[in-house]
Ligand binder design. Structure first.
Ligand code: PEP
Ligand code: MG
Length: 313
């Protein structure tokens, strides 16, 4: 019966008492965007642009990039919005034309936004490509940077994005960004929490290390607290704060995130219906109770059990 309810759910996503929740898709390229656009999503919450260039040996020109981005933005030109993430190259995603090989600690090295340090033009050319695609498709385009650690980085990025008529945000993947979320929101228009990296950097545990799965768990109380701090900053500032890591695709955790006042959840398109169906069965009060229970638990297992019990009752 649960499976039928998921299949039957067609959106729009909201709690049983009518609080809307923006469900969005994570996409990698034109074909995955077209596929995602058929799902009941309000748009794209994470377009991982670096995945378009894994095999590129040279940096594509702004025009070449614009052609690729136009496929993705064009799939949502029907009034929906797309959040484009600038190159998140480095560490687990080396890109020949952007990253420095042979770093001792690539996860803590020159990756994401930090690539601009040695190559400032890289960001400018990508933003030019995104602006062209946005103009050509007319799709509402938000642009965010990955691996932001300081407010100064966010401010500099926001200026470049606004200069092109686009809406700037930053990802919250580093604990410093979560702790300073309220100040980040003074310089950008939105935040998006990347729970995969936020968990990795909060727990000092490699997200690829299968032996450390008990630590790389977004239900860890320290990770949940950082998410709650970030969400609260969004409420105070009146600006959107979403989650775009794997945590958003967990129907149980999604309820707790909504209870923390996270405004959007972005996930693999295949996960959207299960999350939407789950949320439609719960009141905002229940989601808030789930958030409180998860935040109060002493470890991930206890947090899951507490939320599961609450939702069953
Ligand atoms: C994340 O870190 O949670 C995220 C969404 O980005 P990626 O998985 O691409 O690093
Ligand atoms: Mg990340």
């Amino acid at each position: 019966a649960a499976r039928e309810a998921v299949a039957a759910w067609t959106g729009p996503a909201m709690t049983s008492d009518g609080t809307p929740v923006k469900l969005l898709a994570n996409v990698a390229d034109g074909p995955s965007a077209i596929q995602a656009s058929a799902e009941p999503v309000r748009g794209v919450g994470l377009f991982r642009t670096e995945l378009c260039f894994l095999n590129a040996t040279e940096e594509p020109t702004a025009e070449e990039q614009a052609e690729i981005y136009t496929h993705v933005l064009g799939a949502f030109g029907d009034g929906r919005s797309v959040v484009v993430r600038t190159l998140d190259a480095g560490s687990d995603k080396p890109i020949a034309f952007a990253t420095t090989p042979g770093e001792e600690n690539p996860a803590l090295g020159v990756r994401g936004l930090r690539l601009s340090i040695g190559n400032p033009g890289l960001m400018d050319r990508q933003l030019d490509g995104i602006r062209l695609a946005s103009e050509r498709t007319g799709t509402e385009t938000w642009v965010m940077a990955p691996m932001v650690a300081t407010v100064a980085e966010a401010a500099e990025f926001a200026e470049k994005v606004r200069a092109r008529g686009l809406k700037p945000g930053v990802m919250v993947e580093v604990p410093s960004a979560a702790l300073l979320a309220h100040r980040m929101l003074e310089v950008v228009d939105f935040l998006s929490i990347g729970t995969n990296d936020l968990t990795q950097y909060t727990m000092a545990a490699d997200r690829m290390a299968t032996d450390l799965a008990h630590l790389t768990d977004p239900w860890q109380p320290a990770v949940l607290q950082l998410i709650a701090i970030t969400a609260e900053a969004g409420v105070q500032a009146g600006k959107p704060v979403g989650v775009c890591g794997e945590a958003a695709a967990d129907p149980l955790l999604a309820c707790a995130l909504v209870g923390m006042r996270i405004t959007s959840l972005s996930m693999a398109a295949s996960a959207v219906r299960a999350v939407g169906a789950q949320l439609s069965r719960l009141s905002m009060d229940t989601c808030e109770a789930a958030a409180e229970a998860a935040l109060g638990a002493s470890d991930p297992m206890a947090a899951r059990a507490a939320v599961r019990t609450l939702l069953a009752g």
